[in-house]
Ligand binder design. Sequence first.
Ligand SMILES: Nc1nc2c(ncn2[C@@H]2O[C@H](COP(=O)(O)OP(=O)(O)OP(=O)(O)O)[C@@H](O)[C@H]2O)c(=O)[nH]1
Ligand SMILES: [Mg+2]
Length: 434
Amino acid sequence: MADTIFALSSAAGRAGVAVVRVSGPRAGEALKTLSAKALPKPRMAVTRQLSANGAPIDDALALWFQGPSSFTGEDVVEFHVHGGRAILAALFAALEGMGLRPAEAGEFTRRAVENGKFDLTRAEALADLIDAETEGQRRQALEQYEGRLAALYEDWSARLLKAVAWGEAAIDFADEEVPEDCGAEARAIAAGILKEIQAHLADHHRGELVREGLYLTVLGQPNAGKSSLVNALAKRDVAIVSEQAGTTRDVVEARLDLGGYPVTVADTAGLREAAEGIEAEGIRRALARAEAADLTLLVLDGAAAEPYAGLPEDLISGASLTVWNKADLAGHPKGLAISAKTGAGLPELLAELTALVRDRLQSATDAPPLLTRSRHRHALERAAEALTRAIAAPEAELMSEDLRLAQRELGRITGKVDIEDVLGVIFAEFCIGK
Ligand SMILES: Nc1nc2c(ncn2[C@@H]2O[C@H](COP(=O)(O)OP(=O)(O)OP(=O)(O)O)[C@@H](O)[C@H]2O)c(=O)[nH]1
Ligand SMILES: [Mg+2]
């Protein structure tokens, strides 16, 4: 039997209220002992004075969740105490004194998964929801937490189970009279699922990028105003600005929220040919960043005599967006004219950047849920490989083996791999009296 664990579930530090969660078979006993009263009705908030060995700890709000109707599926108690360090220390000491154990990271959610409260994709979504910094991340995480991704994978899994069952039948009853061609049925189902998995994989990593954020690299000649622009976009002084050409050497990063999506913008060293030493290393880093970036923003000096001098041709033509800076100086605004100094044109630039980011990351509201983790991607890739082999397999045995493999990979994503399921479907669907 599981032991009983406890942890501070709200953020650490001084706060108005702190929530301490207790989960496990002795959770109810903890509440009874500390409050010296009987358990309240489940899910009803009550006030209780908590004390240990006759010494009061705090006046708390207490909630009793009788398993399995709780977050973890076990008996759970929540103490809402005043959020002071000494109160928490006293409460934790009392709980430990009763033989309860501090929880490990993620242990409540892990127990919830183990008790079938949710699958792994929903547990991961919970982590994403807590980490979400932008609207787009929050929406995606919430959608996954509500089980849309789990439903998609479980649908494939359920259909694949039928294919596995047909495959088993093709082996078991190869020499007998069975009405359908079991092998062909299995292949047809596998082909249908394979097509859907391939479409799901061909998503340009949108869901993963929403979680992790896009990388935007700012490039241009020395003194073009790249650092000034990055500071203006970040609304704080992240990079040093000076009239000296070659000021920025290292890559300097700032996080932006563009249209609800996270973007890491990188300021880089100005590009010029006659650079040496540290500056040359800075340029090497700038070019490496440009290579790895999802988007590049080319900043040209609109007041310069030769605004393109020293810039590699492929960076000029390959830039996601080009802006002409120092519009306040130059009397000849070209293209998208901005001034990092006065702020002129920045709203237009932000709108253009946001459109680029949305174009990469946004999906239609009625679109199927996106793949959000490389863990899922790897499992789906292996499932697709197994399905491809299964469809082409010359013998029922080989086909079946690969169908099972694909099934196991899907089961890995949701955390449900169970051979009993296969047997259940075989008996339910075929009704062959054996
Ligand atoms: N008038 C005017 N000056 C600007 C503008 N943007 C930047 N500057 C000035 O141009 C000079 C260079 O700006 P930085 O932002 O350091 O340029 P950079 O591209 O980061 O330069 P490096 O780091 O050397 O590659 C500074 O003196 C800025 O004040 C602008 O829009 N208008
Ligand atoms: Mg700079």
